[in-house]
Design a protein around this ligand. Structure first.
Ligand code: ASP
Length: 351
C-alpha cells in the first residue's frame, strides 16, 4: 500500500463456533463469549494498518445450527455493507463451514471482493489456539490488494491452517487436527508461510464490470442419499417417492456407480420423470463422476440422473438449493448443474 492511500477496511462477521468460545469455569463447557473479548485475546489485530469493524450474530450459534436463513442473513450483511468495505472475514464454526462457504459462493452472484471464512479447532483463549493465526491471516488476505487497487482474492474462500482454498471446493476432513480442511479437487489459492504466496493462476480473475446481485432464497426440499451394499428397496423407494422431495444428492460408489438392481433404476427413473433432480456425487473424496465408464453408471444416465462432476457434496447440495430457490424449470436446473457458476466444478462451460 502506498503511504497516501487510505487503509483498507474490513468487516469481521462473527457467527459463533469454537474460535469465539471460552470455557465456563464451573461447568467446564464451552460457551460463546462477547465479540469484544476476541479483541482482548488478540490485541495484535490493532497492529494492522486497517480499519476493522465487527458485527455479530445475536446470539452466536454453533455451526451445527447453521441453516438457509442464516446464509440469507450473511448475504444481507455483505450486500448492505458491500460499498463501505474492501473485504469481509466471517468467523464460523468449522463443522459446517464448507456448506456456508459453498452456499455464499452461489448466493453472492457477481462478488468481486474477498469473503474469507475462518474458524479454529481450539478456542481463541486457549494457550495452543490455532484461532489467532487463522484470524490474523484471514484478515490480511481479505485486505490484500494488487498495485492497481483491485483485490487479490475477489471470491468466497476458506482460510484454515496455512491454506487459502476456494470456499466451494472445501470439505472438513478432521475433527482433531489443526489442518482440518481440504480442497481435494482444486489447487489451493494461497499458502501462508513466512509470506503469503498467492497462486494467482487459480484465483478467480477480477471483473471490473461485475455487479453484486444477492440471492436470498434457497429451496431446502432436498436430501443427501448415500448408497451402501444391502439397501432395503422399500426404504429407498419410500424416500424417492416423497411428494415434498425436489432434489437428491445421490452419493454413489467410485466413478458414479450404483447397483444394477432393476428396482433401483426404476425408482430413480420414476423420480426424475416426476421432475425431481438427482445429482450423482461420488463417495470418494477425490476424483470425478464419469457415468459412461461402467454399465453400473450408464444405467443411471439412462434413468435421467445428472453428473455432479468433481463437486463436493457441500457445493452440489447448496448449488441445487440455490437453483431450485430461483424457481427454475427442472430442465434448466439440470442444464445449469452441468455448468460451473462459481468455480465449483472442473468443466469448461463451452463443452
Ligand atoms: N461445533 C463447533 C462449530 O462448528 C466446532 C468448531 O467451531 O470448530 O460451531
Amino acid at each position: 500500500m502506498n503511504q497516501t492511500s487510505k487503509p483498507a477496511s474490513i468487516l469481521l462477521i462473527y457467527t459463533g463456533g469454537t474460535i469465539g468460545m471460552i470455557q465456563n469455569p464451573e461447568t467446564g463447557a464451552l460457551e460463546n463469549f462477547n465479540f469484544d473479548h476476541l479483541l482482548l485475546h488478540v490485541p495484535e489485530i490493532r497492529q494492522f494498518n486497517l480499519d476493522i469493524f465487527s458485527i455479530a450474530f445475536n446470539p452466536p450459534i454453533d455451526s451445527s445450527d447453521m441453516n438457509a436463513e442464516c446464509w440469507a442473513e450473511l448475504v444481507g450483511i455483505i450486500y448492505s455493507n458491500y460499498e463501505q468495505y474492501d473485504g469481509f472475514v466471517i468467523l464460523h464454526g468449522t463443522d459446517t463451514m464448507a456448506f456456508t462457504a459453498s452456499a455464499l459462493s452461489f448466493m453472492l452472484e457477481g462478488l468481486m471482493k474477498p469473503v474469507i471464512l475462518t474458524g479454529s479447532q481450539l478456542p481463541i483463549g486457549a494457550l495452543r489456539t490455532d484461532g489467532k493465526e487463522n484470524l490474523l491471516t484471514a484478515i490480511e488476505i481479505a485486505a490484500a490488494k494488487n498495485p492497481d487497487g483491485t483485490p487479490i482474492v475477489p471470491e468466497v474462500c476458506v482460510f484454515f491452517h496455512e491454506k487459502l482454498m476456494r470456499g466451494n471446493r472445501t470439505t472438513k476432513i478432521s475433527a482433531e487436527n489443526f489442518d482440518a480442511f481440504e480442497s481435494n479437487n482444486y489447487p489451493i489459492l494461497a499458502h501462508s508461510g513466512i509470506e503469503i504466496q498467492y497462486h494467482r493462476h487459480f484465483i478467480k480473475p477480477y471483473d471490473p464490470n461485475a455487479v453484486l446481485t444477492p440471492h436470498y432464497k434457497m429451496n431446502t426440499d432436498i436430501i443427501i442419499f448415500s448408497l451402501f451394499p444391502g439397501m432395503q428397496p422399500q426404504v429407498v423407494k419410500k424416500i424417492l417417492q416423497g411428494k415434498w422431495l425436489k432434489g437428491i444428492i445421490f452419493r454413489t460408489f467410485g466413478s458414479g456407480n450404483a447397483p444394477r438392481a432393476k428396482w433401483l433404476t426404476k425408482a430413480l427413473a420414476k423420480a426424475t420423470e416426476a421432475g425431481k433432480i438427482i445429482v450423482n456425487i461420488t463417495q470418494c473424496s477425490t476424483g470425478s463422476v464419469k457415468m459412461n465408464l461402467y454399465e453400473t453408471g450408464l444405467q443411471l444416465l439412462e434413468a435421467g440422473i445428472i453428473s455432479g462432476h468433481d463437486s463436493t457434496v457441500e457445493a452440489a447440495l447448496t448449488k441445487l438449493m440455490y437453483l431450485m430457490g430461483q424457481g427454475l424449470k427442472p430442465e434448466t436446473i439440470r442444464e445449469t448443474m452441468n455448468r460451473s457458476l462459481a468455480g465449483e466444478i472442473s468443466v469448461t462451460n463451452e463443452e
